[in-house]
Design a protein around this ligand. Sequence first.
Ligand code: NAP
Length: 284
Amino acid sequence: MILDGNPVAERVLAEVRAGVARVRERHGVAPTLAVLLLGNDPASGLYVRSKKRMAASVGITSPDYVYPEGLDRAALLDLIDRLNADRTVHGILPQLPLPKGIDEDEVIARIAPEKDVDGIHPVNMGRLLGGQPAVLPCTPSGCMEILDHYGAKLEGAEAVMIGRSRIVGKPLAQLLLARHATVTMCHTRTRDLADHTRRADVLCVAVGRAGLVTADMVKPGAWVVDVGNTRLPSGQWVGDVDFPGVSHVAHVTPVPGGVGPMTRAMLLRNTVLAAERQLGGGLR
Ligand code: NAP
């Protein structure tokens, strides 16, 4: 089975549209996501434009704060303080990576946890680890939505996570653990990667190396979620999983069209949830 992310994202976006309508009706305002873009990295510019387009399509307002020349530390922290205090802004999204020389950890930690729609503020990460999640990181929660939508059984499953980044691998492993999977985390120092992946009923891969996972590394019938996103010299985008080979033996997300649309949809869902929490009267 091809685990197409688009219909799952459409379902989430339908919920988001309903949430936006609820917020407008109860509070007379639109959920609002402030997007910060520092520097002139073309890929970051592209991601920001695509997020803003998607936000507009569901009725979320997304004022942008674009500084092609960058901002110095004091000005950036001051901007975040102002957005934290601004009651008309419900989510703050600095496009990562921030330009060299800026301490990303400091910037993330400065955002009010309730406005951290990426779910990577230390408070939100800590709550996830403590089993009391408030804001879930977008890509990991999007992966879980895909697995649930297509009916993967997680309780008691052997789950293997390749990659241990703050934004994907670590939180996704926690979400799988919370659903009672037995989770193994792999990384560059893992001795025999294939030995682990072949045991996996659920295999999630967030590395950034095209074609790392081949069909002989995958258990037949496994659920494979490919987070990787690499642009080949030909211009084609591919994942970490050798899709043509692995799709013959396992259920797998395509790249593009798998996890990518889910990440954007979950960001918008987090924005609506943040608005409802801050304005009061939300469902959650
Ligand atoms: P990252 O911070 O670069 O982390 C990569 C992880 O992969 C690290 O933990 C690294 O191990 C591990 N790794 C690297 N080579 C490996 C190998 N040969 N065997 C086993 N593990 C290996 O990456 P990230 O931010 O999580 O992103 C990963 C990929 O997902 C990238 O392609 C990124 O573009 C993509 N991504 C996609 C979305 C989406 O929405 N589709 C969202 C986020 C990221 P060490 O810790 O030992 O170095």
